[in-house]
Ligand binder design. Sequence first.
Ligand code: ZN
Ligand code: ZN
Length: 338
Amino acid sequence: MKVAIFEGKEQIVIKDGVKPEIKSDEVLIQVKKVAICGSDVGSYESGGPYLPGKIIGHEFSGILVEIGEDVKKLKEGMKVTVNPQIPCYECYYCLHDQENMCKLQNFAYGTTENGAMREFINVKAERIHVLPDNVTYEEGATVEPLSVAVYAVQQSGFQLGQNAAVIGAGPIGLMIIQVLRSAGANKIYVLEPVESKQKIAMDLGADKAFLPKAWNKIVRLTDRLGPDHVYDCVGLSSTFTTALQLIKKGGNITLIGLHASTIEVNNILLMTTNNISVRGVYGYNQDIYKTAINLYAQKKIRVDPMITNRIRLEQVPEIFKVLGNPPHDELKVIVDFE
Ligand SMILES: [Zn+2]
Ligand SMILES: [Zn+2]
């Protein structure tokens, strides 16, 4: 069995691994599809926070092929995806259904535990989500990023009929556009430098897409008020500054893509003078995961236009060289095990 291992900065290697054994509370999944995440690329570029030596892959789907003796309700042959977080189940946040804020926040399959870029993976049964028949393996493998988008929109307080701007039409931005559409957005505007991504954003429900420097056009199109919500899916000094300039007075900025620990903001005074709320969001919980699966089952979300590459496991090191060198046209990359 071949496996893809993160070995540190700019090092993803294919090695031989062994088929895992399951514990009594675990199941064995035969992996069908694994999607590559922006956070996989982030760790590849910077060397962390993923642990070196671990098999990558936290966005995946597959079929149950072995069930631990203590596991109830799950059967061999079920089509499944996995919520990759591994919470402690004991801390204040876990006890309040906020496992995305667990003290073990970064513990997950594919980051601190071995992930799914291999033929078989063992996971705790409690992390399994069964997929309805009409949800594909590719949709199943992208429930995780969709959950990030669902949680972001839910936490932002978005309301039916409001206008929104999405900064960055990468996979998360494109998911947010579709979640906003299904949540009853009036107009959705996008700021994105890559033309091919602008087009996909429009195809997936955005009303208009502009180059980032043309943010002022969005203000003009919203009665010179600005959108009620801005979703920053990039997280740079420049995008946060744009969000502050763009947002309606009293509006809400939601930060999703923030990876930098320091950003410089020129016009921070606007936050007080314009009564702007800024909030960060991270991850999801089990209920959000179910909502994301339901959105796929109801055909509210399309992932197909976002998938730019379908590759084999052997091609994974090569694709990281492309993904780690932006700007590029690649969006969602699926590693195919079928
Ligand atoms: Zn992810
Ligand atoms: Zn916890």
